[in-house]
Design a protein around this ligand. Structure first.
Ligand code: IMP
Length: 425
C-alpha cells in the first residue's frame, strides 16, 4: 500500500496534523495537495507545540521528503516564517520541496477576501481572510501567478501589472476600499522571497512523486480542511475554494488514482465547525461550551472559537462515500470521557421523512433535524490507555458505532494531544 491519502471527514480541524505526524514516521514522502495557510495543523512533541500552516507535517523527520504540491496556494511570506520558526527550533528543513506549479497568494488576494466578506454582510462565509478564495479564482480564471513565474522577470512583471490594475479597480470602484498597491513594491518584496526559496523549488513536482511511486516508496498525500468544506461535496457556498476530498489528492499532487491503496479518514469523536453555515448537530449552551473548553476548540489559524456538536453519522456516510474511505483515525475520544450520555446522529428528518443521505443543498440541509440515538458515556479517563482492549467497554461500543456508520475500519484512536497518546488497532 505505498500511496495513502489522509483526509478530514468533517469541517476540518479533525486532528489531521497529529495523525499525519504519526504516519510520517513510516513514510518516504509526504505531499500536501490543496489549500493554503487557511489550514493549521497542530503537532505536539513533548513540551513543544507546532502549528504548521503550509509545510507538510512530515517535516519533523529528516528522512521524509515533504512536498508542497501543485494544488496548494502559497503565501510566500508565511512559508518563509514557518521555515525560520522550524529552523530556530532545531529542524533543518532540508527535505522541503515546493512545486513550481503552485499558485502564489498576493496582498490583493487578502484584500479581496476581506472586501468580499464585508460586502456579503449577512451571507458571509466566515473565511480565514488569508486570500485563499481569490487566489484560486485567479488560478481557474488563468490569471494566476505560479512559483515558476517568480523566476522570469518579464513574465512576472506583466502578469502582476495586469492583476494589480484589475484588483485595484475592483477594490476601489466596487468595494469602495480606497486602496493603493504598487507593482514595484510587490516585485521587490516577492523577488526577495524568490531568492530565499529557490533551493526548495522543483519543476515538475509530479515527476518527483511519480519517481517515488515507481520505486515503491511510501507516499502520504496530506489533505487540509475537510470533506464538508470541499467546494464540490461540502456545504456550498460555506466551503473553502479547493477539493480536500480524496479525488483532489490526485489532481493536487499529480498522480493517477490507481496508485492509491488507502484512504484514511480522520474523524473527531464529536464535530466542530468554524465560520458560518448550517451545522445540524450543533450543541447550544453549556454542553457545547464545555466540549469547546475541554477540547481546546479554538482555530489554530485564526483563534476563533469553534462551534461544537454531536457526532453526525449522516456527514460520516457522506464522507465515506465521496472519499472512498478504507480506514478511520478517530481523534479526541478523551474529550468525551466525562459525558454521562452521548448523542449520535444516525439520520436526518426532512419534511417529516427520515433521510440517510447528506443533502448538499444548504437550503434543504437547513430544514433537516438530526435523529439521535443516545448512548451511555464511559466516564473514565482514557488518556493513558495504549491498547484497544483496555478501553472501557462503552467507549469501544461508541467507536464500533462510528465505524458502522462509516462502513470503514478504525485503525487509530487518539486519546490526547501528545505523540504517544495513540491506540493502534
Ligand atoms: P477560506 O478557506 O479561508 O476561504 O474559508 C472558507 C471556510 O473554510 C470558512 O468557513 C473557514 O472557517 C473554513 N476553513 C478554512 N480552512 C479551515 C481549516 O483548516 N479548518 C477549519 N475550517 C477551515
Amino acid at each position: 500500500m505505498p500511496v495513502s491519502v489522509i483526509v478530514g471527514t468533517q469541517w476540518g480541524d479533525e486532528g489531521k496534523g497529529k495523525i499525519t505526524d504519526l504516519l510520517s514516521r513510516d513514510m518516504d514522502m509526504v505531499v500536501r495537495y490543496q489549500g493554503g495557510n487557511n489550514a493549521g495543523h497542530t503537532v505536539v512533541i513533548k513540551d513543544a507545540t507546532f502549528k504548521l500552516h503550509l509545510i507538510p507535517s512530515g517535516i519533523f523527520y529528516n528522512n521524509v521528503m515533504c512536498v508542497i504540491g501543485n494544488g496548494v496556494v502559497v503565501d510566500l511570506g508565511v512559508l518563509i516564517q514557518e521555515i525560520e520558526t522550524l529552523k530556530a527550533k532545531g529542524f533543518a528543513v532540508e527535505n522541503l520541496r515546493i512545486s513550481s506549479q503552485a499558485h502564489i497568494i498576493f496582498p490583493y488576494h487578502r484584500l479581496m477576501d476581506k472586501a468580499q466578506e464585508k460586502k456579503l454582510e449577512a451571507g458571509r462565509i466566515g473565511t480565514t481572510s488569508r486570500g485563499i478564495g481569490p487566489c484560486y479564482v485567479d488560478k481557474y480564471n488563468r490569471r494566476g501567478i505560479r512559483v515558476s513565474d517568480l523566476y522570469n522577470e518579464k513574465i512576472f512583471r506583466e502578469k502582476l501589472a495586469w492583476n494589480v490594475i484589475e484588483k485595484l479597480f475592483m477594490l476601489n470602484k466596487f468595494y469602495n476600499m480606497k486602496t493603493e498597491l504598487s507593482v514595484d513594491e510587490i516585485i521587490n518584496e516577492y523577488s526577495g522571497y524568490a531568492v530565499a526559496l529557490k533551493k526548495y523549488v522543483v519543476d515538475e513536482s509530479s515527476t518527483l512523486v511519480d519517481e517515488a511511486v515507481a520505486k515503491n516508496k511510501n507516499v502520504l498525500l496530506e489533505g487540509a480542511q475537510g470533506t464538508m468544506l470541499d467546494v464540490d461535496h461540502g456545504t456550498y457556498p460555506f466551503v473553502t475554494s479547493s477539493n480536500p476530498t480524496a479525488g483532489g489528492a490526485c489532481v493536487g499532487s499529480g498522480i493517477g488514482p490507481k496508485a492509491i491503496g488507502a484512504v484514511i479518514g480522520v474523524v473527531k469523536a464529536y464535530v466542530t465547525r468554524v465560520g458560518s453555515g448550517p451545522f445540524p448537530t450543533e450543541i447550544p449552551g453549556k454542553v457545547g461550551e464545555d466540549l469547546r473548553e475541554k477540547g481546546g476548540e479554538y482555530g489554530a489559524t485564526t483563534g476563533r472559537p469553534r462551534r461544537c456538536g454531536w457526532f453526525d453519522g449522516v456527514v460520516m456516510r457522506h464522507a465515506s462515500k465521496v472519499n472512498g474511505l478504507t480506514h478511520l483515525a478517530v481523534t479526541k475520544l478523551d474529550v468525551l470521557d466525562d459525558q454521562e450520555k452521548i448523542q449520535v446522529c444516525v439520520a436526518y428528518e426532512y419534511k417529516g421523512k427520515r433521510i440517510n443521505d447528506f443533502p448538499t443543498d444548504i437550503h434543504r440541509l437547513a430544514e433537516c433535524k438530526p435523529i439521535y440515538e443516545e448512548v451511555p458515556g464511559w466516564q473514565q479517563d482514557t488518556t493513558k490507555i495504549k491498547e484497544y482492549a483496555d478501553l472501557p467497554q462503552k467507549a469501544k461500543e461508541y467507536l464500533e458505532k462510528l465505524a458502522g456508520l462509516a462502513n470503514a475500519k478504525i485503525s487509530l484512536v487518539s486519546v490526547g494531544a501528545e505523540r504517544g497518546q495513540i491506540i493502534r488497532i
